[in-house]
Design a protein around this ligand. Sequence first.
Ligand SMILES: [Fe+2]
Length: 425
Amino acid sequence: MGYAHSHRWSNPSLGTASITGERYTSTGFMEREWNHIWSKVWLLIARAADIPDSGDFMVEDIGTESFVTVRQHDGSLQVFLNHCPYKGGRLILEPEGNIEAFWSPYCGSKWFLNGQPFNASEVILPSIRNDSIAGFVFMTMNKNAPSLKEYLGPVWDDWKRYKSEDWVRTSAASVSVNCNWKVPQDNSCESYHLPTVHPQGEYWIEHDYKQCVFDWCDEGHNRMAIQMGAPAQSLRDKDLRIDDQLASMLTPWGLDPSDFVGREYETRVALQKAKREQAESKGYRIEDLDDDQLTDAYHYNIFPNVTVSFAGCEYVSMQRMRPHPQDPEQCYYDNFTFGAKGSENDADLDGLGGKEWLQEGRERQFFTYGDRLMNRTIADQDLSVVVGQQLGLNSRGFTGVTLSQQEHRLQRFHEVIDQYLECPK
Ligand SMILES: [Fe+2]
């Protein structure tokens, strides 16, 4: 038993709608998504701790729009459309940095950080509704949208428990990929690919979906809780041992991997006990977390385009799929990781993702898929399947996605898309 067992979601009944290829390839479908989804929902746009000082900003392009989130002099955040209201040109071309004021490089107009014009006779930059949870900043273009708390439903209380507002960025990659934005999001709505795409994880994360807890909610989001910090049950009669990655999760907490030879499945509970005893003195704030949350992966798919995964009490990763402005067969895939206060010196961070990505630091890397790797093993493995999948989704012979029993969350994701598409613009 754990937190997910004792806090199940509503799990509304599912339909049987087929998931056809045109959802991933059609310009018409893409336009419907823009009018009925992207312009209506709350979208994850920034991380508050990434822009700590007044004038710090982050720019994100989503479809045909560009948004800039700016820290104000009073400490609050505001989000603006990133274009000159007179001439349409982008106000800010850099992805992040610091400004003293907005300035139109074409007409020369200037605005204060709060969007008020220097010259009172000029127009203001209208701000866009935003709100934050767990350090993640969301915004919505929909004036009639519910509050972010209402929009997120049960996610809100789940995330509050981690006290992750001040967790700091440890890596950031943005990759241009030749696939529809939904292909990577589909991938993160199921776990049956763990043994095939991420075979190395068998030594430290449970691979059997029957051991996972899946939930989905009326608000359109879903959740998966997977046991982590011990070998998968599938290794019981095979190669059961403590591998280097699992060892690197144990040693920062004073646990000696050699003590677990012959009792390999006891590592997860031992880790939970050690974390409960030591975390506070290391700077972590775990008082609201259940024991299973100290080790396990709690994986949230936030409708429409974000996956947030808390990995134990140490770090959280954010995957965000942003639609291309014109082409339904391209998207931008963001993979950011944030470490908890206290995790800075814990070697288990590199055990979870490969050591290289930590060495790259927090500077955001922009590149095209195929030019290089993110150096985050699991994320690189996930992207390795999506481009090929997109090619097949175009085939005349492809009649629709076949879902296995454990892919209810994926079915639900597409049903929520359909529900939005059926609503008036
Ligand atoms: Fe994966």
